[in-house]
Design a protein around this ligand. Sequence first.
Ligand code: DX5
Ligand code: ZN
Length: 215
Amino acid sequence: MIKIAPSLLASDFTRLAEEVKTIDNADMLHLDIMDGHFVPNLTFGPGLISALRDKTDLAFDTHLMISNPEDYIEKYAEAGSDYITFHIEATDHSHRLIQRIKNAGCKAGVSLNPGTSLKDIEIILPDLDLVLIMSVNPGFGGQKYIPQINEKISRLNDMILELDNDVEIAVDGGIKLHNVNEVINAGADIIIAGSAIFGSENPYKAIEKFRDAGE
Ligand code: DX5
Ligand code: ZN
C-alpha cells in the first residue's frame, strides 16, 4: 500500500490548524524545514511543529533541509517528529546521526539531492528506515519533476531488495496525478506532494485520487 504524505509547505500558513484537519485521510504530514543556508529559502522550526502536534493524529515526517543537522536532532524529536530525515550532503557523520535519531525515539531517514549518487548511502542503507529521494532541487514547492529520477528510484529499490530489513522509499517534489504512476512503478512507497494536494480545491479528494492512481 502506497503512503501519501502531503507537504505542509503548500498549505495556507494563516490557517495551519484547519489545513491539517482537511487531510486526515493521509498517512503522514511532511514538514519541510529550510534554513536559508543549505537551501535558499526559510520555513519554520520545532516551535511550529510542537504547536501542530495536538491538532492531528497523523505521523510527522520531518525533512531537514538544513546545514549542521547534528545541532537539531533532539529538538525536532521533542517537538513531535515520528520520522527525521537529514540530507546526506549536509553532514560528514551520517552513521552517527542515524543512531542519534533512533536514540531519540524516531525513525531515521536520509535524503539525497537529485545530483547525489546512491553510492553515498550504500554503507548506511541497512541502518535506515527511510530514504527520501528528491525529485526536484530542494528549496521550493511547485517545481517540475526531474525524469531521470525514475531510474534512481528503481536502482535504490534493487539495492533494498538485497537487504534483510525493509527500508521505505519516499519521493519528494513535482509529483502530480499525471506522473504519480511512474513514480510508484519505479518503486516508491511514500509519495510526498505539496502543491498537488494543498494547492487543489479539495485536499481530501486529491489524496483519494492519488490513492486510486496508485492501485
Ligand atoms: C522541496 C520540498 C518538497 C515540496 C514539494 O524542497 O522538500 O517537500 O514541498 O512540493 P511540490 O509537491 O509542490 O513539488
Ligand atoms: Zn520535503
